[in-house]
Design a protein. Structure first.
Length: 180
């Protein structure tokens, strides 16, 4: 079964309107969790830049030229999963016509770049630009259950034990408000 014109239109409209896509590739034989990536929709495909200093990581997702990936796009207004589709990965050669056209689009969406005037030169030197083109396979059915996954391990933490004096401080504050 192949994608219908309605499937292609849904993929294109969803990708154009969403600032992020969730991409799942494969690193070796081990599946890697979906990762949110910023992108642009350009000439029938999602275009990504990454793997350089200060850019989004792509290589640990297993995104290689000629490989496959799964792309999930969210609804811009509700934020829920809208469409999931299989994609073919194509790595664009720096300086080529397709690379230049994709980079021109990506430059406009790259927020807080430290070197906006020379960003294309840096991307050509240090980064990878990928196209995720919709494959001819059908759009995946949306699952009925949650696909929530535990967060990846990280040394960052926001939860620490409550300071010993905090309960007394809060109790005093409560008494002070009641006395007003």
């Amino acid at each position: 079964m192949t994608q219908t014109p309605l499937d292609r239109a849904l993929i294109e409209e969803a990708a154009k309107k969403s600032a992020l896509v969730w991409v799942r590739g494969a690193a070796g034989a081990q599946a890697v969790a979906d990762r949110a990536l910023w992108h642009v929709w350009h000439e029938g495909a999602v275009c990504l830049v990454g793997d350089g200093p200060g850019e989004q990581p792509l290589s640990d997702l297993g995104l290689v030229d000629g490989g496959a990936a799964t792309v999930t796009v969210r609804s811009k207004d509700k934020g829920g999963r809208l469409v999931t589709w299989p994609a073919r990965v194509a790595e664009l050669a720096p300086g080529g016509e397709a690379w230049t056209a994709a980079v021109d689009e990506l430059k406009g969406k790259r927020l807080n770049a430290p070197d906006t005037e020379r960003i294309a030169e840096r991307w050509a030197r240090e980064c990878r630009v990928l196209r995720l083109e919709p494959a001819s396979a059908p759009v995946e059915e949306l699952p009925s259950g949650s696909l929530a996954a535990p967060p990846p391990p990280s040394p960052a933490t926001t939860r620490r034990p409550m300071p010993a004096g905090l309960p007394k401080l809060l109790a005093r504050r409560g008494r002070a408000r009641k006395g007003r």
